[in-house]
Design a protein around this ligand. Sequence first.
Ligand code: SDX
Length: 431
Amino acid sequence: MTEAKKTAKLELDGETYELPVYSPTAGPDVIDIRKLFAQAKVFTYDPGFTSTASCDSTITFIDGVKGELLHRGYPIDQLAEKSHYLEVCYLLLYGELPSAAELEKFEQTITRHTMLHEQMQNFFRGFRRDAHPMAIMVGVVGAMSAFYHDSTDPNDRKQREIASHRLIAKMPTIAAWAYKYSIGQPFVYPRNDLDYASNFLRMCFAVPAEDYEVNPILSRAMDRIFTLHADHEQNASTSTVRLASSSGANPFACIAAGIACLWGPAHGGANQACLEMLEEIGTPDRIPEYIARAKDKEDPFRLMGFGHRVYKNFDPRATVMKQSADEVLELLGVENNPKLQVAKALEAEALADPYFAEKKLFPNVDFYSGIILEAMGFPTSMFTPIFALSRTVGWISQWEEQLDDPQLKIGRPRQLYQGETSRDYVEIENR
Ligand code: SDX
């Protein structure tokens, strides 16, 4: 924690309270209210945490005005272009870009943890075939705490590192097997001679009767999608992981909680919801109808893949994703994909509409990702599992950082109580 360089004064009921103000290395100053209740017997009120910093962090920084996303200080567009997912994983976990030797050792470690305990296949087989893959991921990741007892203690640094490596390494296998199970095909085992993204694509699309030759362009695009989703400050699912971990829960239980939160359509589920929306719109001539619905306060419909709590000009990940969509679809010879045409027309019409400009709404990371994933052959139900796979390193890095925080206490928010005050029980015959 940095030292307070100034204070804020709160005047309330004739009393004045001085609150320390800390200045970060980037972003807004923060007012330390930790002693407020003890001093003034009042709570602050911030549903949705729109103005609340929940922790210190050195991992990721977002400048919502500039549309900047930094991972340990490195801009996302540079990492997407010059780095690759496992190197970004190392950077997020350990704070610095690895040397060649460090990277080789890390990649070998991850590669050798990609297999799942053979008995865990029984979990997949316990689900209905039409179970959403996110339901399977929540269940299987939570169940890892029943199979990897030697890496469940959050107070043991070595166990934490093994759990981190296991989760990063096994998520592609879990996601791929959830997909295979849903289409009634046998599980395909990981191979140690393939890179991370290629291994995932092969586990999804190979069959015993015919192997799957990984197209290097697709595996590069897949790897870039992983990188673009790796971490994002204290978003809803990361905050869920931190809150779960604050009680001392084991890493697999915490990550399962993060997967559950990410599933929602307002968060990681938006990529699936966005593609379903583009399918429903169908053709560019129907866009005005949907834009009108998105603007109608009486209509709960929102443009999926649009808007963001923090970005107020553009989401830098969407910029990279849009370029990647053009490249991949052209390479696949589907640049005339109707959904891509609708997406581009929808983006143009929405951004030209004063409503979206005033409310600072524009495409976020989920707007174009689904188009690429569908072109690669994934069903929409696999879009959020791929987001969860990618975000696991972010959750784990934030989990590790919190466990190292000397200020760590169990998270326990208070409330603005609007219910009944104390009243006596009424016997049923008197009601
Ligand atoms: C992710 O936090 C993260 O970092 C998340 C994420 C990550 O990497 O972890 O970036 C990933 O979750 C991206 C967001 C994916 N979700 C969607 O695309 C779903 C559609 N978007 C919205 O639900 C919404 O924009 C949110 C949830 C993304 C942000 O919601 P906020 O910050 O709470 O904003 P809000 O709901 O208060 O909206 C502000 C105004 C409202 O109008 P008013 O009440 O002020 O009149 O903008 C309107 C909203 O009605 N609005 C939209 C809109 N999003 C907000 N109107 C139409 N379409 C939309 N998409």
